[in-house]
Design a protein around this ligand. Sequence first.
Ligand SMILES: [Fe+2]
Ligand SMILES: [Fe+2]
Length: 259
Amino acid sequence: MKIFALSDPHFSLGTPEKGMEAFGAIWREHHKTIERHWRAAVGPTDLVLVPGDLSWAMRMEGALPDLHFIGALPGIKVVTRGNHDYWWTSKAKVRAALPESMIAIDGDAIRVGKVAIAGTRLWDLPDVSFAEIIEWMPNPFGKEKAKPTQVEKEQSLGIYRREVGRLKLALAELEKIAADMDAAMRIAITHYPPCSADLQPNELTALFEAHRIRHVVFGHLHAVSPRRSPAPFGERGGVAYHLASCDYTEFRPVLIDEV
Ligand SMILES: [Fe+2]
Ligand SMILES: [Fe+2]
C-alpha cells in the first residue's frame, strides 16, 4: 500500500461563487488538475491523507458535491478538519455523510491495513511565524489582517492548549491501536503545522517522538513556493514533517511512504 498526502483542496463544486481562482491563476479548475494527477498516481488500495480545508461550503448540503468528488477518486482517503471546514459539525454527522472510501478522524485514531493514524485540527502555534516562507498572494477580500490584540492572543493560546489536549487523546488512541498490530507504521495528520519551518523542537515534536510517529502530514499554509531552497520542514528525531497543501505539491498527491 502506497501512502500519499494532499491537503487543503478547498473545493467549491457545490458553492461555485467561492472558487479559488480569486487567489491566482494556478487555482483555475484545480479540481481537474488534482483529479488528473491523482488518477495517474494512486491505486484503489492505496492510502491518501487529506488533513483539512476540504470544501468552501458552510453547510453539509453544500459540501456534499466536494466530498463525493474526493470519494470517487481512487484509494482510501483519511481526512481531518481544517479551519475553513465550517460544514464539519459533529464527527458522527460527518462520518454518516462521507462516501464509503473516506474516513474522518478528529481527536482520535484509526487503523488502515498496517498503518495507525491519529488526527486532529490543531491551531496556530504560539510564537511561531511562517511569514518568511510565504510568498505574496492576492487577497481577494481586500482587507489586511490586523495585528492581534493581547486578548486575541490569549484566546488563541486557549484554543491551542485545548487542541494539544485533543492531539494527546488521539495519540493515546493510536497507541492502543498500534499495540494490537504487527509492525505498525504510525502517522499523525494535523491541519495546522505542528512545528516551525526550521524544525525547532517544541512540545508537539517531543510528543511525536515519544509516540514513535514516523510521518506528520499537515497543510493550512498556502503560497509557499515548491521551488523554495532549502525546502521547509523535513526530518527531525526520526519524524518526517510533510507540508502537503496542494498549491505546494503542485496539485499532486505526494508519495510519502509504502507499507
Ligand atoms: Fe487552507
Ligand atoms: Fe487552513
